[in-house]
Ligand binder design. Structure first.
Ligand code: C2E
Ligand code: CA
Ligand code: CA
Ligand code: CA
Length: 275
């Protein structure tokens, strides 16, 4: 009916205006936020299953908004991508992660490695390799402690250019991982042509573990390709038991720790690795 159509239009309109409002609040604030350094990196421990030692961390971006409080990256990364602000923001993330790595190494946390997430626009940028190189040079961090997390879709975009870029990073000594594995459309056979070291299995697959033949098969195949496997989003011991049985090497998840501020992370690592 005419009325239903009218209501439908109104609902649509409200949805539009709400996301537009979010865009104005967050998108408009993003530039200022970068200028005023309202960002912070949180670190989620990566746990090695053989001894449950903390061997590294994933750096996760947080926006400490002066009025709205802590904003999660799922809300502002898409806006930053669309506006292009992901480039200065992503550069800050890499420089900050390197600075923090150096600070931890000076404190005696010598073996910690840190992974950072890249967005696709950032990955496609022609200056990325040189930017990462300069961040490492300026901080004096050994590249083997820095890892880049890429997604399947980034590798699907332009395979030739991508392979070249990944080889440039490998030549520098960085480690490379595939994030959210299983959510894209690539296969391990396809990924074989990229020089990657680690596969991170997406949380959605880890959730119903115990019955999941997909996770088991993925880990077996990854192991046969000499890839390290990290299971994401581990929340209970049953999942750990299954993953140990499947010969998964590392996990991340709330069972061990949520992402935390840098000083909390160093305390956590020292405590969990104490003899
Ligand atoms: P991601 O890379 O898949 O990161 C893992 C997300 O899962 C994090 O959310 C983390 O807090 C959450 N998580 C970890 N363990 C568990 C668990 O056991 N249970 C549950 N329910 N969740 C868990 P976060 O920090 O909100 O980040 C969301 C996404 O934002 C990230 O997903 C990543 O795609 C993106 N992101 C975060 N930081 C950056 C960044 O610096 N650059 C870019 N481009 N993207 C980032
Ligand atoms: Ca990630
Ligand atoms: Ca992930
Ligand atoms: Ca994700």
């Amino acid at each position: 009916s005419k009325e239903a159509a009218h209501n439908g239009y109104r609902v649509y309109n409200e949805v539009m205006s709400e996301s537009f409002r979010a865009y104005l609040t967050l998108g408009g604030g993003l530039r200022t936020a970068i200028e005023e350094c309202q960002f912070e990196l949180y670190y989620q421990p990566k746990i090695r299953l053989s001894d449950e030692f903390t061997v590294g961390a994933e750096a996760l971006l947080r926006w400490r908004h002066p009025e709205l409080g802590m904003i999660s990256p799922d809300r502002f990364i898409p806006i930053a991508e669309e506006s292009g602000l992901i480039l200065p923001l992503g550069e800050w993330v890499i420089r900050e992660a390197c600075r923090q790595l150096k600070a931890w190494q000076m404190q005696g946390l010598e073996q910690v490695s840190v992974s950072v997430n890249l967005s696709s626009r950032q990955f496609m940028h022609p200056d990325l390799v040189e930017m990462v190189r300069s961040a490492l040079d300026e901080t004096g961090v050994d590249p083997k402690y820095l890892e880049l997390e890429l997604t399947e879709s980034m590798l699907m975009a332009d395979a030739n250019e991508t392979v070249e870029k990944l080889h440039a990073f490998r030549k520098m000594g960085l480690n490379l991982s595939i994030d959210d594995f299983g959510t894209g459309y690539s296969s391990l056979a396809y990924l074989k042509k990229f020089p990657i070291q680690t596969l991170k299995i997406d949380r959605s697959f880890v959730q119903d573990l115990g019955v999941d033949a997909i996770v088991k098969a993925t880990i077996a195949m990854a192991n046969s390709l000499n890839l390290k496997v990290i299971a994401e989003g581990v929340e209970n011991r049953q999942q750990i038991d299954a993953l140990v049985g499947y010969e998964c090497q590392e996990v991340q998840g709330f069972l061990f720790a949520k992402p935390m501020a840098s000083d909390e992370f160093s305390a956590y690592m020292q405590q969990s690795n104490a003899p």
